[in-house]
Design a protein around this ligand. Structure first.
Ligand SMILES: NC(=O)c1ccc[n+]([C@@H]2O[C@H](COP(=O)([O-])OP(=O)(O)OC[C@H]3O[C@@H](n4cnc5c(N)ncnc54)[C@H](OP(=O)(O)O)[C@@H]3O)[C@@H](O)[C@H]2O)c1
Length: 296
């Protein structure tokens, strides 16, 4: 496989809660689940090394090993850079618990890439993201780790998550390869990036937007936009959750929602309903309901 893979999916399947779903833990059972998603046209899966302390990636890898034909069909995004208190083995502070921190050093990122490849059981990580901006980031060191891994064929492409424009531009300025994607919090429950310049900057810089918590972890469906979502969804004959994704997909750059549900029924509904094209007034009616005010 060569070249950086475009994220050509209408949505990605978030794996943050895989370790909390015991009925998907048997490798054959998870392989069935993955195969069903692939057959439905959903091939992109979003991981991070901290999901379940590595368990999310490991469960996924066990399923691929149980059914090797799936490995060439899945596309994976994963992330590194957050060190949890449990993961902090430095003992630097002489206390019984580690300290949550970020690490974007060259050695840490390079080792994280190898560890993710081993856990996931894939030949390369299609998109690999720095999970959070690290105030201690030395852009040349982080960029070198990413460039080297792309050159070695370990990564299809590199990207960032939760970065501000100046933060990703500092990293990009130190790299040979292009940063390809930015995973940001974006939904009807979190519209700030549409008004603070962050979303325009990433689209303008040619990054593919990946929207995490596109339903606000469920809050979009219970919050202030609920009545408008219900009314419009009924009029279109689709689900309110699917409508909330269609609202995201209307934005420039066509943000790819990274959905969290692992329920097959819900995934199928979101996949089908997110394709709806919203007229402008309907889009703004949802924005107004979510924010509790009309645009100026
Ligand atoms: N880059 C980052 O910093 C970052 C941060 C957070 C998350 N993420 C990624 O984003 C992914 C999604 O996050 P999220 O779980 O907060 O996303 P989400 O899709 O906004 O929320 C999913 C939650 O909404 C609930 N829900 C309620 N009604 C639903 C419906 N009709 N359809 C679908 N879901 C419904 C789901 O419940 P059920 O599970 O019961 O269906 C689930 O608890 C994660 O898995 C992870 O990959 C990235």
């Amino acid at each position: 496989m060569t070249g950086s893979p475009a994220i050509d999916a209408p949505l990605l399947l978030g794996m943050m809660r895989l370790h909390e779903e015991p009925e998907l833990h048997a490798p054959a059972r998870l392989a069935d689940w993955l195969e069903a998603r692939l057959d439905e046209g959903l091939a992109w899966f979003d991981h991070a090394d901290i999901y379940g302390g590595g368990q999310g990636e490991a469960l996924f890898g066990a399923a691929l090993r149980a059914r090797p034909a799936l490995a060439s069909r899945v596309r994976v995004v994963t992330k590194t850079g957050i060190v949890t208190p449990e993961g902090d083995a430095s003992g630097a502070l002489h206390r019984d618990k580690g300290i949550k921190h970020y690490d974007s050093s060259r050695g840490y990122v390079a080792a994280a890439i190898d560890a993710a490849l081993a856990r996931l059981g894939v030949e390369r990580l299609d998109h690999f993201l720095i999970h959070r901006p690290d105030p201690l980031m030395e852009a040349e060191a982080t960029g070198r780790a990413l460039d080297d891994a792309i050159a070695a064929g370990k990564l299809g492409a590199a990207g960032v998550s939760n970065f501000l424009p100046e933060q990703w531009r500092r990293l990009q300025g130190a790299m040979h390869q292009r940063l390809e994607s930015h995973q940001l919090q974006l939904s009807l429950a979190h519209t700030a990036p549409l008004f603070d310049g962050c979303f325009d900057a990433l689209v303008g810089d040619g990054l593919t937007p990946l929207a995490w918590s596109p339903l606000g972890g469920g809050r979009v469906l219970t919050g202030p936009a609920r009545p408008e979502l219900l009314a419009q969804a009924e009029a279109h004959g689709i689900t309110p959750a699917g409508l909330a994704l269609a609202w995201l997909r209307a934005l420039p750059g066509r943000p790819r929602p990274v959905i969290g549900s692992l329920k097959a029924e819900r995934i199928r509904a979101l996949h089908a309903d997110a394709a709806l094209e919203l007229p402008r007034p309907a889009w703004f009616a949802l924005l107004e309901a979510a924010r509790g005010q009309e645009v100026a």
